[in-house]
Write a protein that binds this ligand. Structure first.
Ligand SMILES: [Zn+2]
Length: 160
């Protein structure tokens, strides 16, 4: 059973949708992102909850294939899982803190607290960048921390 990646999702709102193009401003030009599509969905914190910790959970049960710092994504947890015969990566990015429950190469269950929302890496404010990718045999992007070619997909199926 899938879980929303935010423990108390009512404290947050979608601040940048999947597929929206990054604006053509110097911040994004410098990072090579201007006019490129947003590969995940961003959640910001509602004003009245700003300053309180927003806990993040494993949205699926799977294996932790990355838990650490990434230049762009900051403190990031990546969970690899199989659903309906397809393999997916679930990436939770820009975290302030990663929970000690999250251990590389270990199984984790959906709903387990994995840390606290933050703004580490390339971020202008506290938010969660949640990205889902599917394993393909095509010529899509690869990652240095996991084998295979992965294509980003709309995370909406995991946000219910
Ligand atoms: Zn984002």
């Amino acid at each position: 059973m899938n879980k929303h990646p935010i423990y108390e999702k009512d404290k947050c709102y979608i601040s940048l949708k999947y597929g929206i193009k990054y604006p053509n401003t110097s911040f994004f030009i410098k990072r090579g992102l201007a006019n490129k599509p947003h590969r995940g969905v961003d959640f910001g914190v509602l004003d009245k909850y700003k300053g309180t910790p927003i806990f993040l959970v494993a949205p699926v049960s799977g294996t932790v294939v990355f838990a650490g710092f990434h230049t762009q994504f900051g403190n990031m947890v990546v969970i690899r899982c199989i659903e309906n015969g397809f393999e997916y990566l679930h990436m939770l990015c820009h975290m302030k803190k990663i929970s000690s429950e999250v251990v590389y190469n270990k199984r984790i269950n959906a709903g387990t607290i994995i840390g606290v929302m933050g703004m580490t890496g390339t971020a202008t404010g506290i938010h969660l960048h949640y990205q889902v990718e599917i394993l393909t045999d095509g010529d899509w992007q690869s990652h240095p921390w996991v084998l295979g070619c992965w294509q980003w997909v709309d995370p909406k199926n995991w946000l219910i």
